[in-house]
Design a protein around this ligand. Structure first.
Ligand SMILES: Nc1ncnc2c1ncn2[C@@H]1O[C@H](COP(=O)(O)OP(=O)(O)O)[C@@H](O)[C@H]1O
Ligand SMILES: [Mg+2]
Length: 252
């Protein structure tokens, strides 16, 4: 369980997150949705400890992250897997070395065990046998899969995915969403996914927080999102569906 309490973040004079509170439970994918600039990435960076909030708490279980000492923070960080927006693979390393990286950084296993774990993770994301491939040889979907394999290498309790579908075609997006959901369910991970993709919302959005200009205006699930009377959320749902339609028409 992750709980945020009253999170506020300013950059200079600009407040980008206003007093956010929410809970994210284990074994489910929680989604933070909202249009570009609404504050999703800043919130995720606060969740993983890359930015400190000006006000508020981030609690991992009963631990208040920002009040922990360095050792306590490191213990939590070891339990966090992160899939960055652009996959953020190390382009000078091959697939195996990318997935190996967190194991070498934090793991305590022998080299043989680390390689076994790498192969297990690659198999889990459908990329068995790609160990020696260079990142430049990978498609966008494969890069995301390698990013996921790296994110789960240390068997995280918490998984964060910032726009996992950015730059992917709709079919590949669905496969990545399914993979994130399956991994979350099978390992009881607390997963948080940032997205502005309505397909993903309707696919995996059982617990959704809608962020609008740095405020959580609505929380709910995919089953009640269409019935919402939150005007800003309606506009978001309609605009994204409409834009998708337009793009499809333009590429036909
Ligand atoms: N490091 C930063 N310094 C100053 N402003 C930032 C920084 N990062 C993000 N912002 C601002 O915070 C707001 C929210 O950004 P972001 O979280 O990236 O939005 P989203 O991920 O929803 O597209 C934007 O107005 C953005 O310009
Ligand atoms: Mg973002």
């Amino acid at each position: 369980m992750i709980e945020i309490l009253d999170i506020t973040k300013q950059f200079g004079q600009k407040t980008v997150l206003h007093s956010l509170s929410a809970r994210f439970g284990p074994g489910e994918v929680s989604m933070i949705i909202g249009s570009s600039g609404s504050g999703k990435s800043v919130l995720m960076k606060i969740l993983v400890g890359l930015f400190a909030p000006d006000v508020g708490k981030v609690c991992y279980g009963t631990s208040d992250f920002f009040s922990l000492d360095i050792g306590g923070k490191t213990e939590i960080r070891k339990q966090i897997g992160m899939l960055f927006q652009n996959s953020a693979l190390f382009d000078s390393l091959n697939v195996e070395q990318n997935v190996l990286f967190p194991l070498q950084m934090f793991g305590k296993q022998s080299v043989r065990q680390q390689l076994e774990r790498v192969n297990h993770c690659l198999e889990r994301v459908g990329l068995s046998g790609t160990n020696a491939m260079h990142t430049s040889q990978l498609s966008g979907g494969m890069r995301k899969r390698v990013g996921i394999a790296r994110a789960i290498a240390l068997e995280p309790r918490y998984l964060f995915c910032d726009e996992p579908n950015s730059g992917l075609d709709p079919l590949t997006s669905i496969k990545i969403d399914e993979l994130i959901r399956e991994i979350t369910l099978e390992s009881g991970i607390t997963t948080i996914v940032n997205s502005h993709d309505m397909n993903s919302v309707m696919e995996i959005g059982n617990h959704i927080c809608f962020l609008f200009r740095g405020k959580i205006l609505w929380t709910g699930s995919k089953s009640n999102i269409m019935k919402t009377d939150c005007r800003e959320l309606n506009d978001f749902v309609f605009a994204t569906a409409f834009l998708k339609q337009l793009r499809t028409l333009n590429t036909d």
